[in-house]
Design a protein around this ligand. Structure first.
Ligand code: IPE
Ligand code: IPE
Ligand code: MG
Length: 238
């Protein structure tokens, strides 16, 4: 793949785990379990292709409203995944970050997250970001509070978002056929390219990821300018 057409930051709304399980006559949590394999496959693929930032929307603030049993199973899965993957993160030079309203997470999960974040903080390969108990409106609100307390310095609002230091997503993928943002990175997706697929998250593996990247590579991002201006900019940079 042409590296210049590779997105620097890919964000994924992993959706369709429940439907995937139901289609097989199984409990929804079975789909969440299988979905963790897709997370692993996509992370490996990101390392192989040289994507710099890969973000997964794993649990939204609104997902706290799901049945208690499903919420606890999702929290348990998260803890197990972190413990299992931690050695692999470090071996593959992956920097692991969790973003969200962490005050709502179970204490022991927060401890595991801190451990994995500290251990991988100095890694320089892929930055893997997991959004847990996150919502775009929560992020903008918490940023606005800090921004106001700092005296509202002009032009720096993004520095107060939970994603400060992470470039805005170039490509946002959503699986399972839903075409909505569901309160993900509202501010950060201002100029993000969207890719929607009917494939359910547990079936989204390397080939599906490659297809999404091909779609991205075929697009012309204009950022408000004209197509003619963009063509001149591209030919000047070559
Ligand atoms: C995505 O799959 C996982 C989470 C939101 C935690 P869903 O659980 O939303 O699966 P569907 O959309 O009900 O099929
Ligand atoms: C979005 O999926 C949130 C995550 C993938 C974590 P949902 O399944 O919660 O979204 P809606 O409710 O269908 O919009
Ligand atoms: Mg869903």
């Amino acid at each position: 793949m042409d590296k210049s057409m590779l997105p620097r930051h890919v964000a994924i709304i992993m959706d369709g785990n429940g439907r995937w399980a139901r289609q097989r006559g199984k409990e929804r949590v079975f789909g969440h379990h299988e979905g963790t394999e897709s997370v692993r496959a996509c992370s490996e693929f990101a390392v192989e292709t040289g994507i710099e930032y890969l973000s997964f929307f794993a649990f939204s603030e609104e997902n706290w409203n799901r049945p208690d049993a499903e919420v606890s199973e999702l929290m348990r899965l998260m803890a197990v995944s972190i413990l299992n993957e931690r050695p692999t993160f470090h071996k593959n030079n992956i920097r692991f970050i969790v973003i969200g309203n962490r005050s709502r997470l179970p204490e022991d999960l927060n401890r595991d997250i801190d451990g994995a974040m500290e251990e991988t903080a100095g890694n320089t390969g892929l930055t893997l970001v997991v959004f847990l108990s996150y919502s775009g409106k929560w992020d903008i609100e918490q940023a606005a509070r800090k921004f106001a307390a700092a005296g509202a310095p002009a032009g720096h609002f993004g520095d107060y978002l939970a994603t400060a230091g992470i470039p805005d997503p170039d490509l946002l993928i959503r699986t399972s056929g839903e075409q909505r943002i569901s309160n993900f990175m509202l501010w950060q997706c201002a100029y993000t390219e969207f890719y929607f697929t009917d494939v359910l998250w547990p079936d989204f593996r390397k080939n599906e990821f490659r297809t999404a990247l091909d779609s991205y590579a075929s697009r012309e991002r204009r950022f408000g300018k004209t197509g003619e201006q963009i063509k001149i900019e591209i030919s000047d940079s070559k």
